[in-house]
Design a protein around this ligand. Structure first.
Ligand code: FAD
Length: 532
C-alpha cells in the first residue's frame, strides 16, 4: 500500500472524469492517473469538438477519434495498419463502428450501427449534450428518491446543465405551443412539452460553449490548482489488463501506444469507465468474469423523421421580424448554429417514450429542389422518439479468447433482438410521431426506425444490482461483485429500460460510487496510518 491513495482511472470520458474530480476533491491526499487509449484533440483536454470554429480543424479532430476508422491517422494512433472495409452503415463523425468490417472487427450483424469514440473526452467530445433526467421506472429502484435528487443535482453541476437553453427563441416557443395543442391534454402534470436540458455554457452573444469532459474535470485541468498537481492524464495509453491477486485489484498493466512499452502501474483503486463494450471486454481480458458481464444490453430505439414547419401556423405565432432576428443570430455561428431544442419526456403509464425535437434551418439531407417544401423559410424540425428496450439476458456481447480484435483483445460478438414488447411500443411511437409531424407541418422524411445500435446509448452490460444473484456485475455503489478495489462506471451500469439520453444518469450513478469510494479510501488509509 502506498503512503497516499493512488487511483487509476481507465477512460477519459465524462464518467472517468467525474470519478477523477470527485475522488481528488474528497480525498485530499489522493493522486489520480487517468489512462486514455486515444489522442488529446484540443489544447484543453476533453473539450467538445463542436466548439472548434474552423471546419478543417473540426473534421481532423473527429477523424482522429475514429480508432480503426481513423484513416490516415490510424498508425500515428498506435493502431496497426490495416485495410478497413466500410460496411453498409457508416458511423457518426467522431465515432467508428465496432463492426467496421476490417481486420479485427467486432461482429454485430444484429446491432449493426454500434459505435464508439477513442480520444480524450471519449464520446463526450462529440455528444449532442442533451441531458434529461430519468423518470418513473427509468430510475434505479434501490436508490432512495431524496438521495437520487441530490445525485442528479450534483451531476447537473458537473456537466453544466442548462434547463432553459434557447427558451427565448420565438421559433422554439411556437413549436412548443403547437405540440402542446396536440398532446398537452394527454400528458401528466410536470411531464408535458418543454425545453430539453442541455450541457454547456451560454455566452453573452447568444452562442453556446458545449460541455465536454473538460467541464467535468474542472479544477483538475486548471494550471496551478491544488487538484491539478495530483492529477495526471496519459493519452495514447491503453490499459491492457487489470491486475489482481486473491480477489483484490493491485493495479493496471498499460501500454504506451507511442513507444509500445508496457508497464505495471500499482493502484489502490481502479475505476474502469471505458464505455459499455470496452469496459466489459477489459474485465473479461483480465479474468474478471461475473456471470452478467456483457449481458442485458439495452439501448433506446429511435424512430425519426424530418418535418417542414407550416408557414401559416408558424406565422400566426412568430412575427416576421422575430424570424429575421433568429436567422441573423444563427448566421453568425454557421459552424454550429444554436438551435431550439424541445421535448416531451417519458411518463407512465401512457407516454413510455421520449420525444426530442430539434429545429434546423435545413434538413439533414439534400432535399430535391423540386420538392414543395424545399427552401422552406420557416425551417424544419428533426424529431425522434426514443423507445425503451426491456432488459433480457439473451441480449449482449460475448468475448472470444481465441480471436484477437484489432487491439489484441478477445474479440466481441453482439447478439440482440427486438421482441413483441418493443415492436408494439415502436408502432405506438411511430403513430405519435405522425401526429407530432401533422401538428407542425409536412413530412419531408417519413417516420422510420433506425437500425439497432443507432442511439449511441448502450446500457446494461455491467448493470448494477441490489444483490449478487448473477443478474448484475456491480453493487449499488458500482463496486464489482467479488473483486475488491474495482469500480465500474458508465451507461453500462444502468439496469433499467430507458428512453432518454443516459449520460446525466450515469454521472449521477458515478457520484454515488465516488462518494462511497472516497469514504472507504479515507478509512482504509487512516487505519493503515494508525497501525504504523
Ligand atoms: P466514453 O465517453 O465513451 O469514454 C470512454 C473512453 O474510454 C474512450 O475515450 C475510450 O477511448 C477509452 N478507453 C476504452 N478502452 C480503453 C482502455 N483499455 N484503456 C484506456 N482507455 C480506454 N449522451 C447523452 O446523454 N446526450 C446526448 O445528447 C448524447 N449525444 C451523443 C452524440 C454523439 C455523436 C455521440 C457519439 C454520443 C452521444 N451521447 C449522448 C453519448 C455520450 O457521449 C456518452 O453517454 C458518454 O460519453 C459516456 O461517457 P463514458 O465516460 O462512460 O464513456
Amino acid at each position: 500500500m502506498s503512503p497516499n491513495p493512488t487511483i487509476a482511472v481507465v477512460g477519459s470520458g465524462p464518467i472517468g472524469s467525474a470519478y477523477a474530480r470527485l475522488l481528488l476533491e474528497e480525498v485530499p491526499d489522493a493522486r489520480v492517473v487517468m489512462f486514455e487509449a486515444g489522442p488529446q484533440l484540443t489544447p484543453r483536454p476533453g473539450a467538445s469538438v463542436r466548439n472548434i470554429a474552423d471546419p478543417d480543424e473540426k473534421s481532423r479532430a473527429r477523424e482522429m477519434s475514429q480508432g480503426p476508422q481513423a484513416g490516415a491517422f490510424r498508425e500515428s494512433l498506435g493502431l496497426p495498419a490495416g485495410a478497413v472495409v466500410e460496411g453498409m452503415f457508416t458511423a457518426r463523425q467522431g465515432t467508428f463502428l465496432l463492426d467496421f468490417g476490417g481486420d479485427g472487427s467486432a461482429h454485430a450483424a444484429t446491432f449493426p450501427a454500434v459505435a464508439a469514440a477513442t480520444n480524450v473526452g471519449g464520446q463526450g467530445a462529440h455528444w449532442t449534450c442533451a441531458t434529461p433526467a430519468p423518470a418513473f421506472s427509468e430510475k434505479v429502484r434501490f436508490i432512495p428518491d431524496a438521495e437520487w435528487d441530490d445525485l442528479i443535482a450534483t451531476a447537473r453541476r458537473l456537466l453544466h446543465v442548462q434547463d432553459a437553453a434557447f427558451s427565448d427563441s420565438p421559433i422554439g416557443a411556437a413549436i412548443r405551443s403547437l405540440l402542446n395543442d396536440e398532446f398537452g391534454a394527454e400528458l401528466p402534470e410536470g411531464y408535458g412539452v418543454g425545453t430539453l436540458p442541455v450541457a454547456g455554457d451560454p455566452q453573452p452573444d447568444g452562442t453556446m460553449v458545449w460541455a465536454g469532459a473538460d467541464v467535468v474535470l474542472g479544477p483538475l485541468i486548471e494550471p496551478g490548482s491544488p487538484e491539478a498537481a495530483r492529477f495526471e492524464l496519459r493519452d495514447l495509453t491503453l490499459v491492457r489488463r487489470i491486475e489482481h491477486e486473491d480477489g483484490a485489484v493491485t493495479g493496471v498493466m498499460v501500454e504506451d501506444l507511442r513507444t509500445r512499452e508496457t508497464a505495471f502501474v500499482p493502484a489502490d483503486l481502479v475505476v474502469v469507465a471505458a464505455d459499455a463494450f470496452r469496459s466489459p471486454q477489459l474485465l473479461w481480458a483480465s479474468g474478471i468474469r461475473p456471470a452478467a458481464l456483457g449481458r442485458y444490453l439495452t439501448e433506446h430505439h429511435v424512430v425519426i423523421s424530418t418535418v417542414a414547419l407550416d408557414g401559416d401556423r408558424m406565422s400566426a405565432l412568430v412575427g416576421d421580424d422575430q424570424l429575421a432576428a433568429e436567422l441573423a443570430r444563427r448566421a453568425q455561428h454557421a459552424a454550429d448554429p444554436v438551435a431550439a431544442v424541445n421535448r416531451i419526456p417519458f411518463s407512465e403509464p401512457d407516454h413510455p417514450f421520449s420525444l426530442q425535437v430539434m429545429y434546423a434551418e435545413n434538413p439533414p439531407f439534400a432535399l430535391d429542389p423540386a420538392h414543395p417544401a424545399a427552401g422552406n423559410r420557416w425551417g424544419y424540425v428533426n424529431m425522434g422518439y426514443g423507445v425503451r428496450k426491456l432488459p433480457r439476458v439473451e441480449d449482449g456481447v460475448t468475448f472470444d479468447d481465441d480471436e484477437p480484435d484489432y487491439r489484441g483483445f478477445p474479440n466481441m460478438t453482439i447478439e440482440y433482438a427486438l421482441t413483441d414488447a418493443e415492436n408494439t411500443e415502436i408502432a405506438d411511437a411511430t403513430a405519435h410521431l405522425r401526429r407530432a409531424g401533422g401538428a407542425l407541418g409536412t413530412f419531408v422524411a417519413e417516420p422510420r426506425l433506425l437500425p439497432n445500435g443507432s442511439s449511441l446509448h448502450y446500457m446494461g452490460t455491467m448493470r448494477m444490482g441490489e444483490t449478487d444473484d448473477g443478474t448484475s456485475v456491480a453493487d449499488p455503489y458500482s463496486r464489482v461483485w467479488g473483486t475488491e478495489n474495482l469500480i465500474v462506471g458508465g451507461n453500462a451500469l444502468i439496469p433499467t429500460a430507458n428512453t432518454m439520453n443516459p449520460t446525466l444518469m450515469s454521472v449521477a450513478i458515478a457520484v454515488r460510487g465516488a462518494r462511497r469510494a472516497a469514504a472507504e479510501l479515507a478509512e482504509r488509509f487512516a487505519a493503515a496510518a494508525a497501525s504504523h
